[in-house]
Design a protein around this ligand. Structure first.
Ligand code: ADP
Length: 347
């Protein structure tokens, strides 16, 4: 069941100078976030990700299209009703946005006070949240006494306080070091799996998507250029920008400069085979090459794991006549589902 739906959504900001064209920050975006998803939105700075979050969170109105959150069309709601929709969405930020003058306990209690909870209910809920994020011993501390990772855990506890169905994370780990990033992502995964909260995570870091997301949308210049199941997009990215993002984290694909080096160092045609789990046999590739009497050498490769599913890339230098190589490559493509990325016109 979709919990967030965007249909042909656009957001244009007025130009800074009257003579200029409007800035189209989000351009005809359609996407469906299903209940229980960890939905990653990746793009470079300026792609329109934060704007998209503000539209989903109803902090800004769209200039076109329709947005449905939790079954409610928010594009035509009054401010009072929008507040109710926002109450069903928790939000965490890159800079944590904690109240410096409030203790950890008071920070987490804040949204519950706003929502009018009774004091003993607030106390019980905050105690429960502190335990969940592993900060029971920091209840009386102040944000400045905490590490970045601890601050973000407070941010997560505060965002979850009123039991929202959706958590929006805007570059929530971008200010953290890699180790702390992984701890915070592990916590977000527990939020998703143990509490059933749907997470929309905005990032410019592909390893964040690889670690936690189940679905991904790639954004470029306000548009979603590719979206789908994380395994599908990582193992077979279609758009050049997606390929660049995937290339930052995926093992086994030689970069253009590595490829040039491989070609310099090895005789023969340099061919990269891409395997995904479910392919009948990667061993068959070697059987076919050997069966055709070709001489080959494994010169580059790597296997990747995306949420328990594997795919990988192996690069071989293959030596023989062009005709013999072409024949066997055609056969390989036909009977084991192999994607081939090759140099020198072998594709
Ligand atoms: P991202 O989060 O991917 O870095 P943003 O959503 O912040 O991208 O920005 C997308 C584009 O919209 C940028 O060109 C940015 O300058 C522009 N933009 C964002 N917010 C505003 C605003 N309030 N007024 C005018 N232009 C804006």
């Amino acid at each position: 069941m979709p919990i967030v739906t965007l249909e042909n959504v656009s957001k244009a900001y007025p130009p800074t100078r009257a003579a200029d064209a409007p800035v189209v920050a989000v351009d005809d975006v359609s996407l469906h976030v299903e209940k229980g998803d960890v939905f990653g939105i990746i793009g470079y700075s300026g792609a329109g990700k934060s704007t998209l979050v503000r539209l989903i969170n109803a902090l800004e109105p769209a200039t076109g299209g329709r947005i449905t959150v939790n079954g409610t069309d928010i594009t035509a709601l009054s401010e009072r009703n929008l507040r109710r929709v926002r109450g069903g969405i928790g939000m965490i930020f890159q800079q944590f946005n904690l109240f410096a003058a409030k203790s950890v306990r008071a920070n987490i209690a804040y949204p519950l006070k706003l929502a009018g909870w009774a004091k003993h209910d607030i106390d019980a809920r905050v105690t429960e949240l502190l335990a969940f994020v592993g900060l029971s011993d920091k209840a009386r501390s102040y944000p400045e006494q905490l590490s970045g990772g601890q601050k973000q855990r407070v941010g997560i506890a505060r965002a979850l306080a009123t039991r929202p169905a959706i958590l929006l994370a805007d570059e929530a780990t971008s200010a953290l070091d890699p180790q702390t990033t992984h701890e915070v992502l592990a916590l977000l995964r527990r939020v998703n799996e143990e509490q059933g909260v749907t997470i929309v995570i905005i990032t410019h870091e592909m390893d964040v998507i690889q670690t936690i997301a189940t679905k991904v949308a790639v954004m470029d210049s306000g548009k979603i250029i590719e979206q789908g199941d994380v395994f599908e997009v990582f193992s077979n990215p279609q758009h050049p920008a997606s390929q660049r993002f995937v290339g930052t984290v995926i093992k086994g694909i030689p970069s253009p400069s590595e490829r040039a080096l491989l070609q310099e160092r090895h005789r023969g045609r340099i061919v990269t085979f891409s395997f995904r789990d479910g392919d009948s046999s990667q061993a068959q590739v070697f059987v076919d090459l050997a069966g055709a009497g070709l001489d080959f050498e494994l010169i580059y490769g790597g296997i990747n794991d995306i949420r328990g599913r594997a795919f990988g890339h192996l690069t071989l230098a293959i030596r023989g006549t062009d005709a013999a190589i072409d024949t066997v490559l055609t056969r390989i493509r036909a009977h084991v589902a192999v994607t081939e990325i090759a140099e020198g016109g072998v594709l």
